[in-house]
Design a protein around this ligand. Structure first.
Ligand code: WTA
Length: 671
C-alpha cells in the first residue's frame, strides 16, 4: 500500500487514557502481556484453569500437524456444566443469569442460574428422548428468547454440536445448512416479535425440512417453543415430526448428569459466507473455545461480579455464541437478552432497556451506532445512562466519528470504548484494547491480546514497519481457533493457511485473516477491512473504509459505502454511496442543491485524503444494502457502480433497497 494511503487514518490523533479508578482495579494489568509472551502455552493453561475440568489435560497444545490444532489434549470437560451448574454448586444459584426483555412492552422475565440449570437439564433430557446422541447435529432457528440459549446449552450438555441459523435467514439458507451438516433435529419457535408484530419462524422450518427431504436428508424431529401463539395454518403441524417444547421439555425431569467430553469434541458449527457462493461451516470444539471465550470476556470487559452486561448481537452470529452464551455464562454474569428491534415501539428502546436494567457494560456494532447518530442525541439524552462504565464495538471498523459519538453521548465521556477485532473463525476476540491498560484511539483496535501473536505483513510475508500497511496474519495458534470447515479440510487449508505456508523462516503456516491492517507510528493496529475491499486506483491502494470514514466525518453524511468500480483509465475508480442526515436531505431537496452536496463531498474527500481518493461518482441514496448482520454488501454496490445487472440479493435485510439505489436518487459524475 502506498504511504499516502496509510498516512490518512493517522490524521486521527485523539487518544483516551484508561480512567484511573478502572485501571487501578482492572482484572488484567500490563504485566499480562510480557508473561503471556514469555510462555503462551503456560498463559493459556492458566486461563483454562478458570474452567472446571472433569479430567485434566496432558498437553496444552498439539501443533504437530498444522493447520490442525489440538488444545488441552486428553482433557475432558462439559461446556454446559461450566456455564450453569458450577455457579449453582458454588452458591450463586439465585443470581440472575438472564434479564429477558421481550419486544412487547412489559414482557420481561428473569431467569436465575438455578432456573437455567433446571431448564437446560430438562431440554437435555428431551433431546435424548428424541434420539439425539453425542455427535449428532442439531439445528437451532429461533428468536432472541431464553429458550434459544437453553437449546444451545442443552446440545452442549449432551455433546450434540449445535448449528444456529439466524432467524432472519430464508428457508433456503436454512435448508442448505441443515443439509450440509445433516442435522437430525431442528429446534425453533412458532415465531417471535419484531417491529411490533408476531413474525413466523415455524413455516420456514417446515419449508426447509421439506427441501432437505427432497435433497435426500430427512430431519427426524422439530422441537417447537410457543412464543407468539400465532396460527400455524392448516398444514402447520405434523404430529409425526413436530413436538411442542411445553409438552416435552417443560414436563421432563430437571435431573440430568452432564457427561464430560473430550476437549476437542465438536461444540458447534456456524456457517459464514466466504468468497464463493457456498457458505462455510466453521467448526469450533469445546475446551479451547470455552477457555478463549471466557478469558476474553472477563479480560476485555473487565467483568466484575455486580456488572449487568448487554450484548445486542443475535445468537445467530458468532458474537451471540461467544459473547452472549458461552463467555458470559461461563463467567457467571448477569446479562440482558432483548428480543426485538432497536426502534420498537420507540426509537429510544435500547436506551430505555439500559436505564431499566442499569446496564454497566454494553457491546454493539458500529452500524447501530451510526444509525443512532443519524437520529440525533436527543433520543438517548432522554434516558439515564449513568450506569454504563464500559462500551464495546464489534463487526466492522468503527469510524472515528462514530467512536467519539458513542463514547461521548452514550458513555458520557466516562467509559472506555473497546474496539474488538475478531471473526467467526477466530471464535474469540484477538485484537482489542484492555480497558484498564491500553489507551483508546478512535478507529483503532490497538494491539493483540496477551497470548495472541498477530502481525501485519507484505506480500512476501515480511513484517511491515510502523506507519505501513499490509495483510493481517496470526502467527501462532490460539485456543478458540476454528478446527476446520465442516466436511471440507481442503477448503480449510486453502482458505486460511495457503497464503503464507510453512517455509524456511516460518516453521508452521500462518493464519491469513483476509483483512488488511495498518500499524501506526506507535505500532498500534488499524483494521482496514477485507482485503477484497481494498481498491487499486491508478496503482495506488485505497481502502474503502478510509474513504467511508472521510465521508462520514462530513456533517451532512450519516452513512457511506465505497466500492472500487472498474475504470478504463485508472484500473479502478472510487464510487461512493451516501445517506445524508435528515437536515441535509431537506436542503438537498431544494432545486439544484443535490448536485452541490455531491460537489461538497467530493471536495471534502479530496481535502481529507487527497486527490487520488476523490470519488469518481457519489450517489446520494436513501438506504444501503446490508446483510441481516448489518454488513454492507459491497458486491451489490459494485454491480450498480459498474452498471451490471444487480446480483443475488437473497441475503439482504431488505432487498427492495436495491431498487431504490439503482433508481439513483441523485448522482454526480466527475465533471
Ligand atoms: C470485520 C464478527 C474492524 C473484519 C465478530 C473481519 C472488524 C470480519 C472488527 C469478521 C473490528 C470484525 N474492526 N473490522 N473491530 N470486527 N471486523 O465473521 O473484516 O461476522 O474479518 O465476525 O468483520 O466478521 P464475522
Amino acid at each position: 500500500m502506498s504511504d499516502q494511503t496509510l498516512s490518512n487514518l493517522l490524521k486521527e490523533d485523539r487518544r483516551f487514557e484508561p480512567p484511573a479508578d478502572l485501571a487501578a482495579a482492572a482484572n488484567v494489568q500490563e504485566e499480562a502481556y510480557a508473561r503471556a509472551d514469555a510462555d503462551p502455552e503456560a498463559f493459556w493453561a492458566e486461563q483454562a484453569e478458570r474452567l472446571s475440568w472433569d479430567t485434566p489435560w496432558s498437553q496444552v497444545l498439539d501443533w504437530s500437524d498444522p493447520p490442525f490444532a489440538k488444545w488441552f489434549v486428553d482433557g475432558k470437560i462439559n461446556a454446559a456444566y461450566n456455564c450453569v451448574d458450577r455457579h449453582v454448586e458454588e452458591g450463586r444459584g439465585d443470581k440472575v443469569a438472564i434479564h429477558f426483555v421481550g419486544e412487547p412492552e412489559g414482557d420481561t422475565r428473569d431467569l436465575t442460574y438455578s432456573e437455567l440449570k433446571d431448564l437446560v437439564s430438562q431440554a437435555a433430557n428431551t433431546l435424548a428422548d428424541l434420539g439425539v446422541e453425542a455427535g449428532d447435529r442439531v439445528a437451532i432457528y429461533m428468536p432472541m428468547i431464553p429458550e434459544a440459549i437453553v437449546a444451545m446449552l442443552a446440545c452442549a450438555r449432551i455433546g450434540a454440536p449445535h448449528m444456529v441459523v439466524f432467524g432472519g435467514f430464508s428457508s433456503d439458507a436454512l435448508a442448505s445448512r441443515i443439509e450440509d451438516c445433516q442435522a437430525k433435529v431442528v429446534i425453533t419457535s412458532d415465531g417471535g416479535y419484531r417491529r411490533g408484530a408476531a413474525s413466523g419462524l415455524k413455516p420456514a422450518v417446515d419449508e426447509a425440512v421439506a427441501k432437505a427431504a427432497e435433497a435426500g436428508h430427512q430431519v427426524e424431529k422439530v422441537l417447537v417453543v410457543k412464543r407468539t401463539g400465532q396460527d400455524l395454518g392448516p398444514d402447520g403441524w405434523n404430529d409425526d415430526l413436530d413436538v411442542w417444547w411445553h409438552d416435552s421439555v417443560e414436563k421432563a425431569s430437571t435431573e440430568h448428569t452432564p457427561e464430560a467430553f473430550d476437549a476437542e469434541h465438536p461444540l458447534f458449527i456456524m456457517y459464514t459466507s466466504g468468497t464463493t457462493g457456498k457458505p462455510k461451516g466453521i467448526l469450533h470444539t469445546t475446551g479451547g473455545y470455552l477457555t478463549g471465550a471466557a478469558y476474553t470476556h472477563w479480560a476485555i470487559f473487565d467483568l466484575k461480579p455486580d456488572d449487568v452486561y448487554w450484548c445486542t448481537a443475535d445468537i445467530g452470529w458468532i458474537t451471540g455464541h461467544s459473547y452472549i452464551t458461552y463467555g458470559p455464562l461461563a463467567n457467571g454474569v448477569t446479562q440482558v437478552l432483548y428480543e426485538g428491534t432497536p426502534d420498537s415501539p420507540e426509537r429510544g428502546r435500547w436506551w430505555k432497556i439500559i436505564e431499566d436494567n442499569k446496564v454497566t457494560i454494553f457491546y454493539t456494532a458500529p452500524t447501530a451506532i451510526r444509525s443512532f447518530m443519524k437520529q440525533g442525541r436527543e433520543i438517548p439524552d432522554q434516558r439515564d445512562l449513568s450506569s454504563l462504565r464500559l462500551l464495546g464495538s464489534v463487526g466492522e471498523p468503527i469510524n472515528p466519528e462514530a467512536y467519539v459519538w458513542y463514547r461521548h453521548v452514550i458513555g458520557g465521556d466516562r467509559t472506555p470504548v473497546v474496539d474488538t477485532w475478531w471473526q467467526t473463525e477466530t471464535g474469540m476476540i484477538l485484537i482489542s484494547p484492555l480497558p484498564g491498560v491500553t489507551p483508546g484511539k478512535p478507529g483503532s483496535a490497538m494491539i493483540p491480546l496477551p497470548g495472541i501473536a498477530a502481525d501485519v505483513v507484505n506480500e512476501e510475508g515480511e513484517s511491515v514497519p510502523d506507519g505501513s500497511g499490509g495483510y493481517l496474519v496470526l502467527t501462532q495458534p490460539w485456543p478458540a481457533m476454528l478446527r476446520t470447515i465442516w466436511g471440507d479440510d481442503e477448503r480449510f487449508k486453502d482458505t486460511y493457511w495457503s497464503r503464507f505456508p510453512a517455509n524456511a523462516e516460518r516453521p508452521t503456516p500462518w493464519y491469513f485473516a483476509g483483512d488488511g491492517a495498518k500499524k501506526d507510528d506507535d505500532g498500534d493496529l488499524w483494521i482496514l477491512g477485507r482485503v477484497d475491499d481494498v481498491m487499486n486506483v491508478s496503482g495506488h491502494r485505497l481502502s474503502t473504509t478510509e474513504i467511508e470514514s472521510a465521508l462520514v466525518s462530513h456533517p451532512k453524511v450519516a452513512e457511506a459505502a465505497v466500492v472500487g468500480a472498474k475504470d478504463e483509465d485508472t484500473g479502478q475508480a472510487v464510487v461512493a454511496f451516501v445517506i445524508l442526515r435528515d437536515e441535509a436531505i431537506a436542503e438537498a431537496d431544494e432545486p439544484g442543491e443535490g448536485e452541490d452536496v455531491v460537489k461538497e463531498l467530493r471536495q471534502h474527500v479530496r481535502t481529507q485524503i487527497g486527490p487520488i481518493a476523490t470519488p469518481r461518482q457519489i450517489m446520494v441514496v436513501p438506504e444501503l444494502p446490508k446483510t441481516r448482520s448489518g454488513k454492507i454488501m459491497r458486491r451489490l454496490l459494485r454491480d450498480v457502480a459498474e452498471h451490471r445487472e444487480v446480483g443475488d440479493v437473497t441475503t439482504l435485510a431488505d432487498s427492495s433497497v436495491m431498487d431504490l439505489i439503482s433508481a439513483g436518487v441523485s448522482s454526480g459524475k466527475e465533471d
